[in-house]
Design a protein around this ligand. Structure first.
Ligand code: FE2
Ligand code: FE2
Length: 325
């Protein structure tokens, strides 16, 4: 049992626990932020650690599909933009690992779990980027879905997570716009470019809808997450908002959403059911690129060993100099 925020090392009695738990619940209900030094239920700590870690891993692995196109971007301008975007994602991963560390886990532990293949990250990054328009579709759809998921997290009850999300969301919105701009240029281009844009939409549409997680009826964490104000909307609510935002954008581009069941009921865009069996397969390690992504992360980690060693040696030297002076 964690006892942060208490002036005692004695085990907590039943009365103490229920008093602390009541205080915690009323704080969350009053929309006050929970901070790292506050007492919190173990289940809240576990839930937040899992969610922030998965989010951090997704940012880090998310660099890989687009990173594939850094050397092949069609112009210097596109290369510069893509480089900045991929670098932003690395920054997001780092803020989030730091946020997770405030809950008592270390970044080394989390990185180890990712490299060992025991940690989860967003299933979307296990799909390949086969052609240039995929970079546009990722910005437009994947970053678009990320914004839909993450804007409400700026009001998450856990302070360090909520604060990290404010900056992340601003950057995600730039990512979404650059993706939409890539798609706009292609959609207004030659027939071959339009076909490329349509092909990217065809392949990224359904995985993007899966980014909101399983349907509410099957989601095990929704209730508690909502009560503790970690989540503000359910998976299905967010998925619907995303579809309602994105369908008119696809129409503006003159592209077709690959869903024969798509129809407008006067208020919402109704859509077909994603292939949840595929979602589970990809999430449990059997997607098109799961093995490739893990291998690339492990290689990058091994290749970067000398940088970490040099940084530690430099810090040691600085410390020794400070002690000597
Ligand atoms: Fe990001
Ligand atoms: Fe992004």
């Amino acid at each position: 049992m964690y006892t942060q925020g208490l002036d005692q090392t004695e085990p907590l009695g039943e009365d103490d626990l229920s008093r602390l738990s009541e205080r915690f619940e009323s704080k969350v209900a009053a929309e006050q932020k929970v901070e790292p030094t506050d007492w919190m239920p173990d289940a809240y700590r576990t839930l937040l650690t899992r969610q922030i870690a998965q989010h951090a891993h997704s940012e880090i692995v998310g660099m890989l599909p687009e990173g594939n196109w850094l050397s092949r971007a069609p112009s210097l301008r596109r290369k510069g933009i893509l480089l900045a975007k991929v670098q932003d994602e690395a920054g997001h991963g780092l803020y989030l690992y730091s946020a997770a560390e405030t809950l008592g886990v270390t970044r080394d532990e989390l990185v180890e779990q990712l490299l060992a293949g025991t940690a989860k990250y967003s299933s979307i990054f296990n799909y390949p980027t086969l052609q240039w328009a995929d970079v546009g579709a990722i910005g437009w759809l994947v970053d678009g879905a990320a914004i839909m998921n993450q804007v409400p997290l700026c009001r998450c009850s856990y302070g360090p997570y909520a604060r990290a999300m404010v900056r992340i969301c601003r950057e995600e919105s730039f990512h979404q716009r650059q993706g939409f701009e890539v798609m706009t240029v292609l959609a207004q281009g030659s027939p071959a470019q339009r076909a490329m844009a349509q092909d990217a939409l065809d392949r990224w549409w359904w995985p993007s809808l899966m980014m909101f997680g399983p349907p509410d009826a099957e989601s095990t964490h929704n209730d508690r997450s909502m009560r503790w104000k970690v989540k503000r909307f359910t998976n299905d609510e967010l998925r619907q908002k995303f579809v309602d935002m994105t369908v008119p954008q696809a129409h503006y581009l003159g592209l077709t959403i690959p869903d024969p069941d798509l129809s407008y009921d006067g208020e919402y865009w109704r859509f077909g059911e994603p292939d949840w069996a595929e979602f589970k397969r990809v999430l449990t390690g059997d997607g098109p690129c799961n093995r490739e992504r893990l291998a690339a992360r492990n290689k990058a980690h091994d290749d970067g060993a000398w940088v970490r060693e040099a940084a530690v040696a430099h810090a040691d030297k600085k410390r020794a100099r400070a002690v000597a002076s």
